[in-house]
Design a protein around this ligand. Structure first.
Ligand code: PEP
Ligand code: MG
Length: 571
């Protein structure tokens, strides 16, 4: 057959080439096996299956990486969900066998989730089905999951979240699924494992068989079936280049980010959930420069309580293995909605009751978070960071709230961090301009360029028609950053950047030259920025930044910096 190219969603970067291994999933239990006898016996079989699956998940959890552990933990919670138990028991009471009752109940719950607006919750339908599938398999005495024996590209309708757990990763070359989106577990796991994946490829299962050669292009979102010899040759060259780049990144991950003339900067990773901390450390992050705690509050129906938050923050600190973890307090509002808080609609959410402003109005939420943070602080090197500070009063009020939480823990004799570092984000122009006042009352600054750019240039950061006007290298932005760096250093404090600009080579070079001490970015950006810092003398970056400050447009700044980046890229 001739070469064919199928398109899907690029879910995890990289290229893979190898034989197909079709994952059929586990066939549903035949309806006949569900014709039940005694409801009491079926109920017992169901309870035994629940216990067996829970033991199985617990065993898998013990050997899994942090991200997989989280997924398995969520499955164990679903397994214990009273709603699931009620539905299954109702099915059994109507005369169904345990298998059919489980299938019906999980399908009903999954359909409910699949019909929701929130894409994150919609994807959770796959988790419910996965739990159901495990239960049915346990009732039939079968095992579940991928059992690869040789290197292969797995093609499946949709991989169940736990299929990939426990698999020998060295044998899993790539993943292609018919269903699933960019936030599905398959996509999330593939990204964190660095396995190329394309999801949402309609009809792929009908066109492949076991052993067929296939290429997965996780950058372009393409799957090539039976590639022609010339294509294979081209792909093999790309694979060699990819392997070389990975080996180089691996070898460099432990190297200090130090310029040839001896200026050291700290390279840190940004994280959304505790599991991201491990991925950042693997890529050589020396710290976590931003853990966006609001993600713990999203995609659910009620806020996490103090205990759940404590566990999550403690996990992040433990995974960081003694490295500093800057946990930012809640930054809800703006583009990050949390429906269950019932916040009123605002005309201008980015200028409204966002972040600290919301926390000051909701001391219940704020105190719970601050207590959890301080308690977790005994497990590692915690730094607390407040977002969206726009006045000195914001900072003082936030610090007072932290002190209130600390005093309450002390009074109750609950162990907690006594004096974590306390910093603020500089992401509002007013804060940048009074940074010399703010600097006296903090341990560090972290510049949030994502917001600083939008507030400085009056350009909504997510506006699809204004992307050209959203210019991190605009001289107005650079001047504010320069002001902040001088203010911090003048007060003997360190200053980092945790906005996207830090992970973009052009931005990173300017920030290095402006004298920033730490750059925190999404982990995949770390290798390129490390290479850049190690290649450009600080003297040169500094001179470049001075010239950039004197420019009148972003285009001028970029024209100044590009040649240096090209020189570095050329090696
Ligand atoms: C920023 O504004 O640069 C930042 C890091 O915060 P967020 O993107 O979460 O608003
Ligand atoms: Mg921000």
């Amino acid at each position: 057959m001739a070469e064919r190219v199928l398109r899907g969603v690029a879910a995890a970067a990289g290229l893979a080439l190898g034989p197909v291994w079709v994952h059929q999933g586990d066939a549903p239990a035949p309806a006949a096996s569900s014709a039940a006898g005694d409801p009491g016996a079926e109920r017992r079989r169901f309870q035994e299956a629940v216990a067996a699956v829970d033991r199985d998940l617990e065993r898998l959890q013990a050997g899994a990486d942090p991200q997989a552990r989280e997924i398995l933990g969520a499955h164990r919670l679903m397994l214990a969900d009273p709603e699931l138990h009620n539905l299954v028991e109702a099915g059994i009471a109507r005369g169904l066998g345990a298998e059919a009752a489980v299938q019906e109940a999980t399908e009903q719950l999954a359909a409910l989730l699949a019909g929701l607006d929130d894409p994150y919750l919609r994807e959770r339908a796959a988790d419910v089905r996965d739990v159901g599938r495990r239960l049915v398999a346990a009732l039939a005495g079968r095992a579940v999951g991928l059992r690869l024996e040789a290197p292969a590209v797995v093609v499946a309708r949709d991989l169940a979240p736990t299929d990939t757990i426990g698999v020998d990763r060295r044998l899993l070359l790539g993943i292609v699924t018919e269903q699933g989106g960019p936030t599905s577990h398959t996509a999330i796991l593939a990204r964190s494992w660095g396995i190329p994946a394309v999801v949402g490829v309609p009809g792929v299962l009908e066109q492949v068989q076991d052993g067929m050669t296939v290429a997965v292009d996780g950058d372009a979102g393409a799957v090539v079936l039976e590639p022609a010899p010339e294509t294979v040759q081209r792909l093999e060259e790309r694979l060699r280049a990819q392997a070389e780049a990975r080996a180089r990144e691996q070898a460099e991950a432990g190297l200090p980010a130090e310029t040839p003339d001896g200026r050291r900067v700290e390279l840190a990773g940004n994280a959304k959930v505790p599991g991201d901390v491990a991925a950042a450390v693997e890529r050589g992050a020396e710290a976590i420069g931003l853990l966006r705690s609001e993600f713990l509050f999203m995609g659910r129906s009620a806020p996490p309580d103090e205990e759940e938050q404590y566990q999550a923050y403690a996990e992040a600190l433990r995974l960081a293995g003694g490295r500093r973890v800057i946990i930012r307090t809640l930054d809800i509002g703006g583009d990050k909605g949390v429906p269950y808080l019932g916040l009123p609609r605002e005309e201008n959410p980015f200028l409204g009751v966002r972040a600290l402003r919301l926390c000051f109005r909701r001391p219940d939420l704020f105190q719970t978070q601050l207590r959890a943070l301080l308690r977790a602080g005994v497990h590692g090197r915690l730094a607390v960071m407040f977002p969206m500070v726009s006045t000195l009063d914001d900072l003082r009020q936030a610090r007072a709230a932290l002190e209130e939480a600390r005093a309450a823990l002390a009074a109750a004799g609950i162990p907690h961090a006594l004096a974590p570092e306390v910093g603020i984000m500089i992401e509002v122009p007013s804060a940048a301009l009074i940074a010399h006042h703010l600097a006296r009352e903090v341990d560090f600054f972290s510049i949030g360029t994502n917001d600083l750019v939008q507030y400085t240039l009056a350009v909504d950061r997510g506006h699809p028609e204004l992307t050209g006007l959203y210019q991190p290298s605009h001289p107005a932005v650079l001047r504010l950053i320069d002001e902040v760096v001088r203010a911090a250093h003048g007060a003997g404090k360190w200053v980092g950047v945790c906005g996207e600009m830090a992970g973009d080579p052009l931005g990173a070079l300017l920030l290095l030259g402006l004298g920033v001490d730490e750059l925190s970015m999404s982990p995949p950006a770390l290798p390129a920025v490390r290479r850049l810092v190690r290649a450009v003398p600080f003297r040169e970056a500094e001179a470049l930044a001075r010239q950039a400050l004197a420019c009148s447009t972003a285009a001028e700044v970029e024209a100044l910096v590009r040649p240096v980046l090209e020189r570095v890229a050329a090696g």
